[in-house]
Design a protein around this ligand. Sequence first.
Ligand code: T46
Length: 140
Amino acid sequence: MGIEKCTFIDMPIINDPRGNLTFVEGQRHIPFDIKRVYYLYDVPGGAHRGGHGHKQLHQLVIAMSGSFDIVLDDGERSRRYHLNRSYYGLYIAPMMWREMDNFSSGSVCLVLASEPYDESDYFREYDVFKAATVLKKAGG
Ligand code: T46
């Protein structure tokens, strides 16, 4: 799975003078069923989050409020994405190392995930992640 699998996904917007509404359905707007929702908030200025990879997890990351950056790395290439709207999200495929920074004051990061929390799905060391991507590429 290369970094090109990770793309911005636009969600529907129901415009309404009372306020706009956006919705997301698993397997319709995003390529997985949603089994977990979590969010980051009260992130102090200058904080970094992430710094790990996931073996099987698919995610959609949305800036519900404010803005932040995500740097994805597939073991060979890396790319920085800026999120600043609640009507699109960044789809993150499995086997991507991610770092998050540049959080604006009051930002809220919502994550829709394909699996419940499972620490054994994490790569916490970049070297281990990198070795796994090489193995996967070789068909291991
Ligand atoms: C990612 C970014 C965007 C739980 O107990 N349950 C959960 O569902 C999650 C996500 C975390 N935790 C615990 C595990 C750790 O002790 O909360 C602590 C911090 O978790 P983590 O290191 O995963 O936090 P972040 O903010 O660095 O990363 C999280 C996601 O794990 C990750 O997949 O992409 O948000």
